[in-house]
Design a protein around this ligand. Structure first.
Ligand code: NAD
Length: 467
């Protein structure tokens, strides 16, 4: 049987044997099978991407902008189909899947507006010096399963705009919407410029070690990020690593408690907690802790959970079996350690990887649920009484992705936020991202930047011409 989802290599959509099953996490039924791309196919794809680079890198940026806009328009035309695929394979409710597809359209359009800087000067001797940004070559773009299309577009848009060619690899858990995006893009770019390969666990390491690849743009866990960096070292590839997070939210005593509790509930549990910038440690001032915890736990008990295709559902399943087992184990360990649950804490039998949102009542700072990134629907609420103390506790983490501060005194909130050792701080909000603003992780949350002009420059190096 050949797969109806076709990898894109050298401008060709390939009919290959369908071997890898893709499961619906809401039912555990097989949706379809996709190809397991071989080492030989990767080698051939790298060769064609390298050949395409020679001409694509010489096209005008205006031309490349126009092609990215065409991809955005094509995705918009097919938004219904991409939305349904995302919900089926990833699990989240249809409205949130649609937001991801339309977010990609917006991102492509906005990224296409950026320009590459050029610096020119004439020295006192009359000699001309100019420095322009040049593309790197073939880029490997590797995406995780929590936001498959978003995290693919964050890479391919700036990479292609800068004049690189791209080989995109989705997670084996969520390849369908990405392969379909590749099919939609096939006639929009010259052969070899944009390629989409899917495969099992071997494909990523082959890409990160491949001598024909100049740059790896990776989003995934910190553990895998370490392996990617080691694998890219022998050929000294450029790398961007967007990795795990354990974001703190700090809630000051002057907030509108019910309003902020409900907002932070979605900040923690959107996409069933499988968001790198989810609020994963919620520090609440002692004076309002009890009232906050009551509203937060009530929201956890009342929020409808079910298959993403069902009307009215707000929380879908965990995306895959290994992640489901990891989160279940963390819940059991939290209970075994004697920590109290304000909501959740029991996991019903399947089918489907459903875990009701679990809220843990003020565990100690060294509890696993505080120290680790759960990447699932469990969050601790933690009491604090002093600003210096809470800043120290929030910063006491190997991660440094994002964080938020909640207060009706915005100046105070900003002053606290500035002390957080993270790449993005939200004041009285969470999860807001913009294609024009850089997104980066500090500490072990990553290396390099995505988005904004800084993100675009990560897909280039400099060439200085003298004379
Ligand atoms: P993962 O690290 O397991 O996999 C990510 C991707 O890397 C997948 O495509 C996978 O097939 C591939 N891969 C796995 N091993 C590889 C290897 N040795 N070499 C090359 N590629 C390899 O991550 P995941 O479980 O898919 O995603 C969840 C993690 O991603 C969480 O930790 C989350 O915080 C993080 N994340 C970070 C951001 C961010 O922007 N910082 C965004 C989303 C998710």
């Amino acid at each position: 049987m050949t797969s109806t989802f076709r990898p894109l290599s050298n401008g060709q959509l390939l009919d290959l044997p369908a071997t890898l099953p893709v499961l619906d996490p809401a039912t555990e039924e097989v949706i379809t099978h996709v190809p397991d791309c071989t080492r030989e196919l990767l080698d051939a794809t790298v060769r064609s991407a390298r050949a395409a680079f020679d001409t694509w890198s010489l096209t005008s940026i205006e031309h490349r902008r126009e092609r990215l806009e065409a991809l955005g328009a094509r995705m918009k035309e097919h938004a219904d189909e991409l939305t349904l695929l995302l919900t089926r394979e990833q699990g989240r409710p249809l409205a949130m899947a649609r937001a991801e597809v339309l977010g990609c359209v917006h991102w492509l359009r906005s990224a296409a507006k950026m320009s590459l800087p050029i610096a020119e000067r004439t020295d006192p001797a009359g000699l001309s010096w100019s420095t322009r940004r040049v593309p790197l070559g073939v880029v490997a773009a590797i995406a995780p399963w929590n936001f498959p299309l978003t995290l693919a577009v964050w890479k391919l848009a700036p990479a292609l705009l800068a004049g690189n060619t791209v080989i995109l690899k989705p997670s084996p858990f969520t390849p369908l919407a990405t392969l379909r995006m590749g099919e939609l893009a096939a006639d929009l770019f010259p052969a070899g410029v944009l390629n989409v390969l899917c495969g099992g666990d071997a494909l990523g390491p082959w890409m990160t070690a491949h001598p024909g690849i100049a740059k790896v743009a990776f989003t995934g866990s910190t553990a895998t990020g370490r392996r990617v960096m080691a694998s890219a070292a022998p050929t000294l590839k450029h790398i961007t690593l967007e990795l795990g997070g354990n974001d703190a939210a700090i809630v000051m005593p002057d907030v509108d408690v019910p309003k902020v509790a409900r907002k932070l509930f979605m900040g923690a549990f959107l996409n069933s907690g499988q968001v790198c910038i989810a609020s994963k440690r919620i520090y609440v001032h002692d004076a309002i802790y009890d009232a906050f915890a009551q509203t937060f736990a009530a929201a956890a008990k009342a929020t409808p959970m079910g298959p993403g295709t069902k009307e009215g559902v707000m929380l879908g399943p965990v995306q895959n079996r290994p992640q489901y087992e990891r989160v279940k184990e963390l819940i059991a360990a939290t209970r075994d350690a004697g920590h109290r649950f304000l909501a959740g804490g029991e996991v019903p039998d399947g089918p489907g990887y459903f875990i009701p949102p679990a809220v843990v009542d003020n565990p100690p700072d060294d509890a696993r649920v505080v120290v680790e990134e759960p990447f699932g629907p469990i969050v601790p609420l933690l009491r604090f009484s002093d600003v210096d103390e809470v800043v120290r506790r929030a910063n006491d983490s190997e991660f440094g992705l994002g964080g938020s501060v909640w207060s009706s005194d915005v100046a105070q909130a900003r002053a606290i936020g500035a002390r957080l050792e993270v790449g993005t701080v939200w004041i009285n909000s969470v999860h807001l991202l913009d294609p024009q603003s850089p997104f980066a992780g500090r500490k072990q949350s990553g290396i390099g930047v995505e988005n904004g002009i800084e993100g675009l420059l990560e897909f280039t190096t400099t060439q200085t011409m003298v004379g």
